[in-house]
Design a protein around this ligand. Structure first.
Ligand SMILES: Cc1ncc(COP(=O)(O)O)c(C=O)c1O
Length: 313
């Protein structure tokens, strides 16, 4: 059972669920309000990952990602809050982004490495082994927290959303589509595992912002299967999940971006250009066919100034 797995409290859950003034068929799941720096959805993963690190007696965590990664900054803050050292491997050249600045502010050691993003997970494992050899107890964390432990955060979130929707009068026999951005795939994998465990008939639509859908789908199924196995459930339960991953790696046109960002801002929502904007644009197409639609507002607040610089002239 997931409630028997150690979790440390970093954010504030459940995050709110509400409709928007302009879209009463559209629900927003406000992980941007998770309340742990701007970690948003990643707060959920970190609550399980950091608890596991502490449970293993770790003295430091080792993670990595590109300079703009929201996850690395959130990991650095979580480590510092829990008294652990944090080593972050960042592909060269390290840029002075908001994420890197925040990580350094809370004392993370940012190490510039000559590897591509795809080589980072192996490099993280090697660095953790070196630190162990020097007498530390290192807990390595894959990019984006994409491990079965990290995905547990969204397994719990599936039950959270189901309960909130039922409390708002949704009937389990009605169709409901959940639209969520996909990077490493940890969040959607956990969500699928949770959907199958709670027997909720969500149709899950993933908006892949950085990888081809075929690669993402394979990774998601593997990770969701690992989560179910870890919880003692049969991974074959995933066969009943209705999931689709849509390719949104290409940036939207400037006028579409401006209109969507302006409309959301009028309704009190700020989005970034990497995760939030493509997800909202895709959801607008889906809401015409399906009712209701939940958009998972995963956060990305650090990227908002960049979007405003592009569309706010
Ligand atoms: C704001 C935001 N939304 C969505 C995602 C994608 O989540 P995942 O990596 O679990 O697929 C990320 C990943 O860092 C993120 O920072």
């Amino acid at each position: 059972m997931i409630k028997d797995i150690a979790r440390c409290s970093l954010g504030h859950f459940p995050t709110p669920l509400h409709t928007l003034p302009d879209h009463d068929a559209l629900w927003v799941k406000r992980d941007d309000l998770a309340g742990f720096v701007w970690a948003g959805n990643k707060t959920r993963s970190l609550e399980f990952l950091m608890a596991e690190a502490l449970g293993k007696g770790a003295s430091c965590v080792v993670g990595g990602g590109v300079s703009t990664s929201n996850f690395i900054a959130a990991l650095a803050v979580a480590a510092s809050r829990l008294g652990l050292r944090c080593h972050l491997l960042v592909p060269a050249p390290v840029e002075a982004t908001t994420s890197i600045r925040l990580a350094r502010l809370v004392g993370a050691v940012v190490e510039e490495v000559p590897f591509s993003r795809d080589e980072l997970d192996e490099a993280i494992g090697r660095r953790a082994a070196e630190l162990d050899a020097q007498g530390h107890v290192a807990y390595p964390i894959a990019r984006g927290g994409a491990t079965a432990t990290g995905a547990l955060g969204f397994t719990a979130a599936a039950a959270e959303l189901k309960e909130q929707l039922l409390a708002q009068g949704w009937s389990i026999t009605d169709p409901c589509t959940v639209v969520i951005p996909v990077g490493s795939g940890a969040s959607i994998a956990g969500l699928l595992a949770g959907t199958s465990l709670t027997e909720t008939p969500f149709r899950v639509v993933g908006i892949s912002v950085s990888r081809p859908p075929a690669d993402v789908e394979w990774g998601i199924t593997r990770l969701a299967g690992e989560v179910l196995a870890r919880l003692g459930a049969n991974p074959s339960r995933l066969a009943s999940c209705d999931v689709e991953v849509i390719d949104r790696r290409r940036a939207p046109g400037p006028e579409d971006a401006r209109q969507a960002a302006a409309s959301l801002a009028r309704q009190g929502l700020l989005v970034d250009d990497h995760y939030g904007l493509p997800t909202w644009l895709a959801a607008q197409g889906i809401v015409k066919e399906q009712h209701p639609v939940v958009v998972w507002q995963t956060g990305g607040l650090a990227g908002v100034p960049q979007l405003l610089a592009e569309v706010g002239q």
